[in-house]
Design a protein around this ligand. Structure first.
Ligand code: GLN
Ligand code: ZN
Length: 768
């Protein structure tokens, strides 16, 4: 029996990688310094796993920015528009230019598109394919990292995204082909990689094919069969681990069982039933090993050893220990690094802390489960086993978790609670009268730059170096300046800037009951951006108003409308570590009621426009289509519960980013927000077509510039995008705004960009 790990967090327990990347991007450290930080993190991760007793330790799970972009470079699938840049820059800067765009010395390239990795909050860089796409071994990162690990005396298991999933993760950039058609051209480059790794002595290779958890077409399934048979023919002695995670194999199971691979990895947290299906299947070959993903890589709860051991035992009884591996359910990049760093008893009380496990602890759980599984007697008398049982029992009965007032309120929700009083058509007339906005009204998505200064105030306040009053004064000053800037720029609907918020979910979680926080529980979201998801451990309620004071203050400064700014229930749920002891829908409804109270309090305070951000609705979609209707049912209802307590003339906005809407446009319309703003610029307004085809009835603000890049867009570019939008959406339904909040930007580029944006809107007003 072996222990197998699929991937380890690469940000570093103290976000060393984030810091080094950002220093490199601002020319404060050299490439060598960045690369040496990266190497130190890899070494630390490998060493930790080796010390804990992991048999199959991953390499190439490290990435400076994103593992999909790494593979794009490995396979030489560099889009045409970077070729000129590539000629005059080194490969590191090319890599970052593809990730983030680049503007330097007359060169100006935009970033590649970014989208969510399956149903996680991790974002990857979307590969782009053309009909005559060529592939070649361009970067040898995977080989270099294997050699690097060998030199440290740790023979790792290189990990790479399988060819079918790689193609499916991408996008066709021209008509006339399906990207899966490229498989025969792509495979030879994988062969090159495998040859090189084999020559270096790699024994195991992990291929991630997470698309096997989705509904595939026959053609896509056939590609899987083709790929792994070809690989087996050419490399019969390399031990291939085929990893699937986040859901069941579903109807792909028979195809998968017939593949000539050494090991199949199963996510038994997301799909526990598949173990029985596989063990009972006649198609399971006598040689296949199963890697049992029993430790949850997506959540922070301590494993239930009794339950996991029962699962493992069942598999051992059927296959024998030699054909079993114990593993986390998926890569641990979705888990925070190390629970040991949580030393603040005020936020994470010892009672709650004992219920949790982060990446390092999960690695220990995997190795403990192996030793307990091979020696049952040892298990029962082991302190670690007893400690695990006690912690899990305590969690089931803890008084911290259950609140009957909340449970009763959820139980007495009626149909009217999720409906506005009147239809959009009626509301709209009243809103037009009250709000009196021009055509192409301009607004922003909420946050303004969270400068180092702003963050330093918060840090000082938390440390006690600033009093509450001093901290508030500074935030008020920043808010006021931001209001003045928006007034001067001529923006129509203002925002207060969200300076008081550390994060759009954490800020709310801190003020809601049933939430707690970690000090160091960071998880990579994209590139150098990390999030620290709150932990929802108990029933959720809102003891006090959360945002009213800031909205009121900002509104008091200006005769223009200031938009109240909230995070929606689905996003709060989705971006938190969620209870696994009750359905997600139940937790979401509890949050929805808390947000509803905030919305009505904002209205009472005179705020006429309230935005409830729901960027995470789409990522919450289950991977398998059969489960969509159920999820969308409760998720959309939760949004409506949060939004429906207000009068007709209060305008509700919602905002979503990185979404594709084609298959959920009806549900988006069912949210019935008066205005929706969406991320659109990286796709050149393509995302808007589905709203046009659907004849989306409410108002819509397609983002006109990319906020993930420091690049300043020109007025002309934005006019072009707005013209494109006007061609498909009636102009009186259109708003003008950036793609998303501006918190990650600097003031310099923000000011320039917004001035151009307002100019673009004004130009549209006179030309239409
Ligand atoms: N209001 C948030 C902000 O501007 C929205 C962020 C988001 O959609 N991710 O920061
Ligand atoms: Zn956004």
């Amino acid at each position: 029996m072996k222990t197998n790990n699929l991937g380890y967090p690469r940000i570093g327990s103290n976000r060393e990688l984030k810091k080094a990347n950002e220093l490199y991007w601002t020319n404060k450290i050299s490439a060598e310094e960045l690369l040496s930080t990266a190497a130190a993190i890899r070494k630390q991760n490998w060493q930790l796993q080796a010390d804990k007793g992991i048999d199959l330790i991953p390499s190439n799970d490290f990435s400076l920015y994103d593992q999909v972009l790494d593979l794009t470079l490995t396979l030489g699938a560099i889009p045409e528009r970077y070729h000129e840049f590539a000629r005059t820059n080194n490969s590191l800067d090319l890599y970052f230019a593809m990730a983030r765009g680049a503007q330097k010395e007359g060169q100006d390239v935009v970033a590649m598109e970014m989208t969510k990795w399956f149903d996680t909050n991790y974002h990857y860089i979307v590969p782009e394919f053309t009909k005559n796409q060529k592939f070649e071994l361009f970067s040898t990162k995977i080989i270099a990292e294997f050699i690097e690990s060998k030199k440290l005396g740790i023979a790792t298991k290189p990990v790479l995204i399988g060819p079918v999933s790689y193609l499916l993760l991408g996008k066709e950039k021209e008509e006339g082909f399906h990207r899966i058609d490229l498989i025969e051209k792509l495979l030879p480059v994988y062969f090159d990689i495998l040859s090189a790794l084999e020559k270096e002595g790699a024994e195991w290779i992990q291929f991630d094919e997470p698309f096997l958890a989705l509904n595939l077409t026959d053609k896509e399934r056939n590609a899987v069969t083709y790929v792994y048979n070809e690989i087996n023919k050419k490399f019969p002695t390399i031990k291939i681990i085929l990893a699937n995670y986040f859901d069941c194999f579903g109807e792909n199971l028979d195809t998968v069982l017939a593949l000539p691979v050494h090991t199949l990895h199963l996510d038994l947290v997301r799909c526990s039933s598949q173990l029985d299906d596989i063990l009972e299947s006649k198609l399971l070959s006598k040689n296949t090993t199963l890697s049992l993903g029993v430790v949850d890589g997506r959540n922070i709860w301590k494993n239930d050893f009794t339950k996991s051991l029962a699962t493992i035992k069942k598999a051992i009884d059927a296959l024998g220990e030699d054909r079993i591996m114990i593993a986390p359910s998926c890569s641990l990049i979705h888990s925070p690094c190390n629970l040991d760093l949580e030393t603040n008893d005020d936020t994470l009380t010892p009672e709650i802390k004992q219920w949790l496990a982060f990446a390092k602890q999960k690695i220990e759980e995997v190795t403990l489960l192996k030793s307990f599984a091979s020696n049952e007697q040892e298990a029962e008398s082991s302190l670690r086993f007893i400690e695990n049982t006690v912690a899990n029992e305590n969690r089931k009965t803890s008084k911290l978790i259950h609140n009957s007032v909340v449970k009763n309120r959820v139980a007495s929700i009626t149909a009217n609670d999720s409906k506005r009083k009147n239809t959009f058509a009626i509301r709209r007339k009243k809103q037009i009268d009250v709000l009196n906005l021009p055509l192409f009204p301009t607004t922003t998505i909420g946050s303004f730059p969270q400068t180092t200064e702003v963050r330093s105030w918060r840090a000082k306040f938390k440390k006690g170096d600033l009093s509450q009053e001093q901290y508030n004064d500074l935030l008020q000053k920043e808010t006021e300046e931001t209001i003045r800037f928006q007034e001067e720029t001529g923006i129509d609907v203002l925002v207060h800037g969200e300076f008081e918020r550390n994060d759009m979910v954490e800020y709310f979680g801190e003020q809601l009951d049933g939430f707690t926080f970690t000090k160091n529980g960071w998880v990579q979201s994209y590139g150098s951006r990390c999030v620290k998801p709150p932990v929802i451990y108990g029933d959720v309620s809102r003891p006090n108003p959360m945002t009213v004071k800031w909205a009121e203050f900002a509104q008091s400064l200006t005769p223009k409308w200031v938009k109240g700014m909230l995070t929606g229930p689905v996003t709060i749920l989705q971006w938190s570590f969620v209870r696994n002891d009750q359905p997600r829908s139940e937790t979401c409804t509890q949050i929805a009621l808390a947000i509803r109270d905030e919305v009505t309090d904002l209205e009472k305070a005179g705020i006429k426009i309230i935005q409830i951000d729901e960027p995470a609705i789409r990522e919450g979609l289950p991977l398998r289509k059969e489960e969509w209707a159920n999820y969308l049912g409760w998720a959309i209802k939760a949004f409506r519960i949060s939004a429906s307590g207000v009068k007709d003339d209060t305008q509700i906005h919602t905002h979503m980013c990185y979404s594709e809407f084609n298959d959920i446009i009806q549900n988006i319309a069912d949210m019935d927000a008066d205005v929706i703003t969406i991320e659109c610029s990286r796709s050149q307004m393509e995302l808007l077509d589905v709203f046009a085809d659907f004849k989306y009835p409410n108002e819509i603000g397609p983002g006109v510039y990319d906020i993930h890049s420091p690049r300043v867009p020109s007025r002309n570019e934005m006019v072009k995008l707005l013209e494109k939008a006007s061609a498909v959406i009636p102009v009186d339904q259109l708003w003008v705004n950036p793609d998303c909040g501006l918190k990650t930007r600097h003031w310099e580029e923000t000011k320039k960009a917004l001035i151009e944006m307002v100019a673009a809107a004004k130009e549209m007003r006179v030309t239409v």
